[in-house]
Design a protein around this ligand. Structure first.
Ligand code: AG3
Length: 290
């Protein structure tokens, strides 16, 4: 090493052909090919440990709370009786940890296709995986699309915490899956799915919303700011059989949150004009002016 110089290792996610995010790596902890995907765990200099799948950032210790609280708590807090929750994907356990904070939740089924994600999360991300051993939680390592297709009016809240719609997750963004999701829900049930970045993937987002709107009586969109995801602005689509997802309920919450609160819950559904235009006509936010 020449004095004053040091080798730097960087992780780069190519988010589109023209846009990338780079994080400096302090240490590489695990890099392998699972049966389903390329899995990487590194210690980053700024965001703590990070999990990437097929080169895409899934979660970092420093900002995971934002995504997990928002995808997990918005649906369970607005449902009057979210007794049974199913999560498709989300093998790291972050969404499980959040939904368990609501005392009304009695049973959570996590359906993850790749068991390595869960094993690695338990070992390298114990705080994210902390809910997985709760007695209310059932783990299933199988294809979420096939699992949900077998359910008939069995769950109150269905959360899709998937990777981007490439590879195994593609089917989770289509109309056929939303049809079986609607059948899997009990009356009043809610589906929430991560629907990518309105800046960088507007077509994926609006097509997913359109597909939901073709199936569910009501469709909504909400946003959260996630620094390590493409563009930093992230969207979540909601298909509802009746419950209005915009209103948080009054049950006490067991456990602390760092992003989520009742004001954020309501405010997350307030959309900037360019996002409204992208989902024009498909979401309750504009079609009725509510
Ligand atoms: N699932 C959504 C990650 C999508 C990020 N996309 C990307 N980096 N290109 C996250 C799983 C966390 N439980």
């Amino acid at each position: 090493m020449i004095e004053g110089r040091q080798t730097e290792l960087w992780f780069t996610e190519r988010q589109t052909d023209d846009v990338a995010l780079s994080l400096r790596i302090a240490q590489t902890l695990l890099h392998e090919q699972t049966a389903w995907q390329e899995l990487l765990v590194v210690e980053t200099a700024r965001y703590g440990r990070m999990l990437a799948l097929d080169g895409a950032v899934q979660t970092t210790e420093k900002d995971e709370f934002i995504y997990h609280e928002m995808i997990g708590l918005v649906p369970v807090r607005s449902h009057p009786q979210p007794r049974r929750v199913a999560i498709v994907g989300g093998g790291d356990g972050g969404v499980v940890r959040e939904v368990l904070k609501d005392p009304a939740v009695q049973q959570v089924t996590l359906v993850e296709i790749d068991p390595r994600v869960t094993e690695v999360a338990r070992r390298y991300f114990p705080q994210i995986a902390s809910g997985l051993d709760d007695p209310r939680v059932e783990l299933r390592f199988e294809d979420g699309i096939a699992y949900i297709a077998r359910l008939q009016q069995e769950v109150d809240v269905l959360i899709v915490d998937s990777t981007d719609p490439v590879g195994p997750a593609t089917g989770l963004f289509g109309r056929e899956f939303y049809q079986s999701a609607a059948r899997a829900l009990r009356p009043g049930g809610l589906l929430v799915a991560q629907t990518e970045s309105p800046y960088l993937e507007p077509d994926i987002m609006s097509q997913a919303l359109q597909a939901m709107a073709a199936v569910f009586p009501k469709t909504y969109l909400y946003l959260a700011s996630v620094p390590t995801y493409p563009s930093g602005l992230w969207s979540f689509g909601v298909g509802s059989l009746g419950t209005d997802p915009r209103q948080p309920g009054a049950r006490p919450l067991n456990g602390h949150t760092r992003y989520y609160n009742e004001d954020i819950h309501r405010a997350a559904f307030v959309l900037p004009t360019f996002v409204k235009e992208l989902v024009n006509g498909t979401c309750q936010q504009q079609s009725t002016g509510e």
